[in-house]
Design a binder for this molecule. Structure first.
Ligand code: FES
Length: 122
């Protein structure tokens, strides 16, 4: 299910590369929402009033991160419980070099925008 009405989906592409992905009111604190920017699937969250966008799937074995949980800036994957900082992408487990892809966000009006320029589309 899309996050927008048909009218809202028709926004033209922006020159700065940011894409409107959600209404702020739909990204509740501590929860994880699925979204997409073009063909790139994302996870969105609100941690302490700051918005973050990161990969839809865990970089370990691809489990969907919306099924995990948030604690502050940390998202915990449901499958093997790895935790990542959603601001930096850092894997907080000692010695784990695998990081979470994160994306720049921007708030404009009542909407969240994400820039996925340069991300390989799947
Ligand atoms: S698939 Fe996420 S921690 Fe293993």
């Amino acid at each position: 299910m899309g996050l927008f009405s048909k009218k809202e989906e028709k926004e033209p592409a922006r020159a700065d590369g940011f894409v409107r992905v959600a209404r702020l009111k739909d990204i509740r604190p501590g929860l994880i929402r699925e979204a997409s920017a073009g063909n790139v699937k994302l996870s969105l969250t609100n941690a302490g009033g700051n918005y973050y966008a990161f990969a839809a799937n865990c970089p370990h074995q691809g489990w969907p991160l919306w099924s995990g949980d948030m604690k502050g800036e940390l998202v915990r994957c449901y499958l093997h419980r790895w935790q990542f900082n959603v601001r930096t992408g850092e894997n907080v487990a000692p010695g784990m070099p695998v990081c979470l892809p994160t994306y720049p966000v921007m708030v404009e009006g009542e909407y969240l925008f994400v820039n996925v320029t340069g991300v390989e589309k799947k």
